[in-house]
Design a protein around this ligand. Sequence first.
Ligand SMILES: Nc1ncnc2c1ncn2[C@@H]1O[C@H](COP(=O)(O)OP(=O)(O)OP(=O)(O)O)[C@@H](O)[C@H]1O
Ligand SMILES: [Mg+2]
Length: 277
Amino acid sequence: MITLITTSIFALYPLSFQKSQIYNNYRASSLIMVTPVAHAIDVRELTKVINERILVDRISFSVTEGEVYGLLGSSGSGKTTTFRMLTGLLPPSSGSIKYFGVPFPSDSQARLIGFVTQDDSIYPSLSVMQNIEYFASIYGVEGALVKKRANTILEKMDLLDRKNSLASELSGGMRKRLNIAVSIIHDPKIIFFDEPTVGLDPAIRKSVWQIIEELNQSGKTVILTSHYMDEVERLCKKVGIMYRGKMMAKGTVDEIKKKYGIKQMEDIFSQFKAEEI
Ligand SMILES: Nc1ncnc2c1ncn2[C@@H]1O[C@H](COP(=O)(O)OP(=O)(O)OP(=O)(O)O)[C@@H](O)[C@H]1O
Ligand SMILES: [Mg+2]
């Protein structure tokens, strides 16, 4: 569109000027190339086979920068296996993963991703601050920057006054928040949350939602898995629904409800089971 407008403006110049070198240089430098914007995450035909069992079966989806995307599916459908491939913990059997148009993994992507795992990643015998410093060192974040970032993140996670406590002495909600803190100390652009609120009480679940929303508002692209549809409807702009390793449906929550004629997102899971039988 912009190229077309610029081209049509050039057509207004006299023919003699249009043939000159000055005009041609000017035209070349003024034309704006309109190229499609690369997705933050682009997954094509991603597959994982272990011992001849297909755990993830040629799934494709993409996530726009700044979006919160939900990867949903009943237990054992392949969500964590997918996350492990997307974060470099498990090599795919086939398929491709690109972050901002660049094939993964590459050297430039080392600090791009943060992964808040389903189970605790933190070390119980280290203090809150020591955990932060340890994870920062893994990502090469050192010196004054660690202290500065740690203080900001611990304040955001409401853990600043517990920075000298052992991780083993924290409550479940505090441990979850420390898990998030250690996973984002390197300031990643894309953050994976695998079942971020499982086993947490309602008030703590809401505080985790707020943390995810704030991270998203500060420009982070978020991809999460969840079995809680209230969480999904509050946080996710788009979702992908897995069943037995396959991607069965993709779109906004409203689009999926409309397509399958369901009132509540919970009903989507029984839908696939029914289809299978
Ligand atoms: N390392 C492994 N070796 C063999 N099978 C595995 C391995 N990891 C996972 N699986 C199997 O792959 C399937 C998908 O597991 P995955 O953990 O990805 O599911 P999920 O969708 O995350 O489930 P949940 O909602 O319960 O966390 C399961 O049948 C699981 O037993
Ligand atoms: Mg899982």
